[in-house]
Design a protein around this ligand. Structure first.
Ligand code: FE2
Length: 261
């Protein structure tokens, strides 16, 4: 699957829009500075290294994060409607957690976590378009997400820490201590971790359906999109819009990369 250059640019603007609309100062400025500092890494990053996983294509990471934030905002309404106590967390905590839940996938300050696969056999036989960068010291994605935030002086609340840490739910055994306890006093005091886990699960499932179900139906050339994010409905598709999007980028190398998509 491939995103057009204008979709990648539009997704980035949408991501910045979430920060502007939902995060308060001083974190808003710090987050914008952080995201702008690493724009060239983040804007083209895949959400996974293996093409069978969700959104493993250029721009897949931001596309995924936007979908998780959108799902989280909708799920927040649903949980409230169904009687959950949504006063135990703030909407800012909800958006902040969704925004940064997978941040550790970018690697550290110097090293990208995913780099293009140079092993032809693994690329062709195993579908690995990317590989993990072995120059990067190992840390789990949630641990690295939190480390990146704190090392850039972006503070997070207790709710956000637990939520980012447990966003994979019980798919990550390390989360059992938070999510598999039968002692009432040890259970999370807010539903936020469950909402973000659901949002992540929903987004990844939709990404799978969008990319893979058309292939199973034999429609390999023109994958059918089973959903449309609001931003994509209004995403400009004309070449004029594309040159406008590219024109707003300062870096020539990045412009060329996007122009060739
Ligand atoms: Fe995710």
């Amino acid at each position: 699957m491939q995103l057009a250059a204008e979709e990648i640019q539009q997704n980035w603007l949408r991501l910045m829009g979430f920060i502007n609309d939902h995060i308060s100062e001083p974190r808003k400025t710090k987050l914008i500075e952080f995201y702008e500092k690493y724009i060239e890494r983040l804007i083209l990053m895949p959400a996974a290294h293996k093409k069978e996983y969700h959104n493993a294509f250029p721009g897949g990471y931001v596309d995924h994060v936007n979908r998780v934030i959108t799902c989280a905002l909708h799920l927040h309404e649903l949980w409230a409607k169904m009687g959950a106590d949504t006063t135990t967390y703030t909407k800012e905590e909800l958006v902040f957690s969704a925004l940064n839940h997978d941040l550790g996938k970018m690697g550290d300050e110097e090293h990208e976590a995913y780099i293009p696969q140079d092993d032809k056999w693994r690329k062709e036989k195993l579908g690995e378009d990317y590989k993990f960068n072995d120059r990067l010291a190992f840390a789990s994605v949630p641990d690295r997400s939190l480390f990146l935030l704190q090392s850039h002086s972006i503070q997070y609340t207790f709710n956000e820490m637990i939520t980012i840490q447990t966003h994979d739910g019980l798919y990550d055994e390390a989360n059992k201590k938070y999510l598999m306890t039968y002692m009432p006093e040890l259970k999370p005091r807010t539903s936020l971790p469950y909402i973000i886990h659901q949002a992540d699960l929903m987004a990844a499932r939709i990404e799978f359906e969008t990319e893979w179900l058309p292939k199973f139906q034999g429609n390999l050339e023109t994958p059918k999109k089973s959903f449309t994010l609001e931003s994509k409905k209004s995403a400009p598709q004309t070449s004029a819009a594309k040159s406008k999007a590219l024109g707003s980028l300062k870096n020539e190398g990045l412009k060329n990369l996007l122009d060739n998509l």
